[in-house]
Design a protein. Structure first.
Length: 275
């Protein structure tokens, strides 16, 4: 029995670790002008370039992301795992990313753990990825992108992030940790996060532990006072070099004006993967 269990577990881990799933969603963005065409957001998260996640794999994921033709590409933290010197390799893998509204990111807890933040920022700047740290940018009149610094490393400052965002503007927000969703009390909108890896190894007791640490926000969509949050399962792995029952995810979200019906559950492209 133990041998059989081990074989099954190994098979699942081999299958799930790099079997990337593209999830598709349609969501209302409050404040977006009526008649505005959908804004396609392509989200990557938790790349974790390091000993367990190689540059070639991340490049294939980036190529896949480009096929999805986003208006906006977001990378919601954890570019590297533990060491800052993987940042150049990570940036090289992501260098193919481009979008009409830009390629943007925020820091995750592991980026802070890696240290040498100016070095990591320089690597991302060099390939056109602009990292927002409690800051915002106008994408077009009436449409803003904001980014929080990481919650776990005590850098999050929502007041500063939203300072230049008009109250009636449509807001797209990046925050690595789902706990940062609390910052949306200052401004409605749609927030994109990651951090949880969808539990990475989604067998007992991991889901319960992850849920306890993120107020139950583990993967998928959540709501709070009119704001919406998408928790992405991420691309890489940490602590263990594999995933089980929690495939890596690239999310595609078409944001539409109020009055157009959202699709709450993403359709899955289960036959599309990268290795």
């Amino acid at each position: 029995m133990a041998v059989t269990t081990g074989v099954v577990g190994g098979t699942v881990a081999l299958r799930d670790t790099r079997w990337v799933e593209v999830t598709r969603h349609r969501e209302v963005l409050p404040g977006l002008e009526p008649g505005h065409p959908p804004i396609r957001v392509v989200q990557l998260s938790d790349l974790h370039r390091g000993p367990f996640v190689d540059e070639g794999y991340l490049r294939r994921v980036a190529d896949l992301a480009m096929e999805l033709k986003g208006d906006l590409v977001l990378v919601t933290g954890d570019f590297v795992s533990r060491k800052w010197d993987y940042a150049v390799s990570c940036a090289r893998a992501l260098s193919v990313l481009s979008a009409p509204m830009g390629v943007w990111g925020v820091w995750g807890n592991h980026d802070h753990y890696a240290g040498r933040m100016p070095k990591i920022r320089a690597a991302m700047d060099a390939v056109g990825i602009r990292v927002l740290v409690n800051d915002s940018a106008a994408l077009e009149p009436g449409l803003y992108l904001a980014g929080f610094d990481d919650h776990d490393t005590m850098g999050m400052d929502p007041e500063r992030a939203f300072r230049a965002v008009p109250k009636k503007a449509a807001a797209i927000v990046m925050g690595h940790n789902p706990l940062e969703f609390g910052g949306m009390r200052l401004h409605g909108g749609v927030m994109f996060s990651g951090h949880t890896h969808g539990c990475q190894v989604a067998i007992w007791p991991v889901p319960a532990l992850v849920a306890a640490s993120t107020q139950g926000r583990v993967a998928g969509w959540y709501s709070r006072r009119g704001a919406r949050l998408l928790v992405n399962r991420g691309i890489g792995t940490v602590n263990l070099p594999f995933r089980m029952f929690s495939r890596p995810e690239v999310a595609v979200v078409d944001l539409v004006p109020d009055g157009e019906p959202p699709v709450r559950q993403g359709s899955r492209m289960g036959d599309r993967g990268t290795t």
